[in-house]
Design a protein around this ligand. Structure first.
Ligand SMILES: [Zn+2]
Length: 86
């Protein structure tokens, strides 16, 4: 009985070590792929700040007028009203 338990424990340990190895290998691969992907696409997206609430968002999602930007239409209207609510 003791011998059987020893073998079961040994096999479990070997299996666990193998799983950890596979997971770390996969993680390294995924990281390398992500790095390649990031390198292929230059970070051309500029971050802008809502002139009303101060939240940062990508310029493609923002409403931009001149040198000011807003996160949504309501905030643009509030900003146009002349910083009344600040
Ligand atoms: Zn806002």
């Amino acid at each position: 009985m003791g011998k059987l338990l020893f073998w079961v424990a040994l096999i479990a340990l070997v299996y666990l070590a193998y799983r950890l190895f596979v997971i770390s290998q996969r993680r390294r691969e995924a990281a390398a792929r992500a790095a390649r992907h990031a390198g292929a696409q230059p970070p051309e997206e500029r971050m802008v700040r809502c002139a009303h609430c101060g939240v940062f968002l990508p310029s493609s999602d923002a409403l931009i007028e001149g040198d000011r930007a807003w996160c949504d239409r309501a905030h643009r209207e509030a900003g146009r009203a002349g910083h009344a609510g600040e």
